[in-house]
Design a protein around this ligand. Sequence first.
Ligand code: FMN
Length: 189
Amino acid sequence: MVLVMKVLGICGSPRKGANTEYALNFTLNELKTMGFETEAVLLSEKEVKFCNHCGKCLEGKECPIKDSAREIFEKMQLADAIIVASPVYYVGVSAQIKALFDRSLMIRGKLKGKVGGAIAVGQARNGGQEIVCEQIINWMLTHEMKIVPMRFGGMLVGSMKELEAVKRDEVGLNSCKNLAKKIAEALQK
Ligand SMILES: Cc1cc2nc3c(=O)[nH]c(=O)nc-3n(C[C@H](O)[C@H](O)[C@H](O)COP(=O)(O)O)c2cc1C
């Protein structure tokens, strides 16, 4: 039996069917074409509450907050690679992504060695995409994941008004192709 490696994508836009989702699906499709199994989790369809630092997970107990976080973290633990895609909000990740990052305290040590990649979509070409990718990568590094350097992408220009403006961003989409290629390489090592 041949085991197919799995790439999980997390979309942190609260807008369904918008630019960040498009960029993530574009990247996942590249990986699918290369033979990987892919899945996208849309935070626009989930509820992830804030970590309130109650300390239960640090004592080895279950997180008492009942929402979608546990289900998302189970998927992360089953994946070989994780791509986190966020819109640029005030030169930072969306609150949806930050909430998920903070709640991942409950799975510390469980993402070690997984391959990670970042995608950021802003309205401006230099609107803070690098800073968002850096935030995502820092979260991945804290979990001791293996990172695809941000110089390979994916950084794109979306729009506040148009849901699929990113379709016209050839440079950005090309950076997603590079990201997919580098993720595939890292998985095949
Ligand atoms: C609250 C808020 C803050 C934003 N801040 C920035 C920013 O700092 N830089 C930027 O380039 N775009 C910024 N934008 C624009 C979004 O990044 C852009 O519309 C992007 O396409 C949103 O992703 P989506 O289309 O997947 O929803 C902001 C949008 C919102 C709603």
